[in-house]
Ligand binder design. Sequence first.
Ligand SMILES: *Cc1c(COP(=O)(O)O)cnc(C)c1O
Length: 408
Amino acid sequence: MAKINPHYSKLGSGYLFPEIARRTRSFLSEHPDATVMRLGIGDTTEAIPGPILEGIREATDKLGSPRTYSGYGDSEGQMPLREALSNHYHGFGVDVPAGDIWISDGAKSDSANIQSIFATDNVVAVQDPAYPVYVDSQVMSGRTGPAVDGCYEGLVYMPCTEDNGFFPELPDRKVDLIYICSPNNPTGAVATHEQLKMFVDYAIENRAIILFDSAYAAFIQDDTLPRSIYAIEGARTCAIEISSFSKYAGFTGVRLGWTIVPEELVAEGTSPGEVKALWTRRQNTFFNGASNVVQGGGLAALSDEGLAACRMLTTYYMENAAIIQEGLDRVGITTFGGKNAPYVWMKNPNGLDSWTFFDKLLGECHVVGTPGAGFGPSGEGYFRLSAFGHRDHVKTAVASITSNLKLG
Ligand SMILES: *Cc1c(COP(=O)(O)O)cnc(C)c1O
């Protein structure tokens, strides 16, 4: 008889966003006339800029003639796009050769898939709170025991708290793989050079590998903050970077990302180039390359015109973040993030737990946000508001919070 993968049964039952959707539906069925404002899921809302759509159109048109038609491409991605990404990194002073870049259908799949090239007995450390994919992919692959009190046995949780500015201390024991996301979802915190260097030094000393998610790098406003792990000396020997066109070019539905596995990267018993070769092997087997139409859009997004248009998009979302933050400040709610990331992380008033505050915000203000506890135990007592929304929705939501939230 066929047997299912037993590790799936360890996963927490309610994935965060379905539970949010369920509570929102139930509120709306009791209050059919209410308009709910969603500052919950981190999904982009504004249109893809014209020059980028033009790139998608051109790539589409090429398929319409046998002279320019293309079928399967390299699973690593099209060389012009890999070169454009390499130039883009060069533009902010970071050296990433095109040959170390793999184009993918997004950072979510890569951040979950990358674990398959590493042994099951690696000890994995995650920031707490964290993007749920890092944790759940480890559970499914059998790298953890069951969850006890909200923590999977065998995973090392690195708390990100108000006291440490939402960037973790080094793990208190030896770990092998370390997920770091900066700018961070959900806390909006951005690691400094010094903070990343501390982890790179740890990784070199302990022969660990950092899995660095830079999906929000384009939202960094402060030029002194690192946009890539490779801005840190030594990172090419110990870090993989995973990133995406989703949030900066509005590609959440279009689907395009990239992963960098440097030639110099080494794991136990490997020489330079071997880890990189494993990722190629994995991609060649499980993946047949990102859509050629979409790669045309990616190339356009990296042109001068495309980058300028994307900067207008990120600026728009960051203005939303400022509006949210100012509104919350005005009613005395303590907020974090929001300055170099499109998320405002707030401390719940009156010490309310995450789901109680979710229900209160929905009930009193008709605003949907994301309970911090959904991202890990250290998120309890906090709440995430997303700046990805139409300006008028954001303004209405903030006005509703400032006038209707009962802070007694
Ligand atoms: C949105 C997001 C991504 C992007 O995922 P895609 O699959 O590229 O859309 C990656 N990492 C984090 C932390 C995110 O929030």
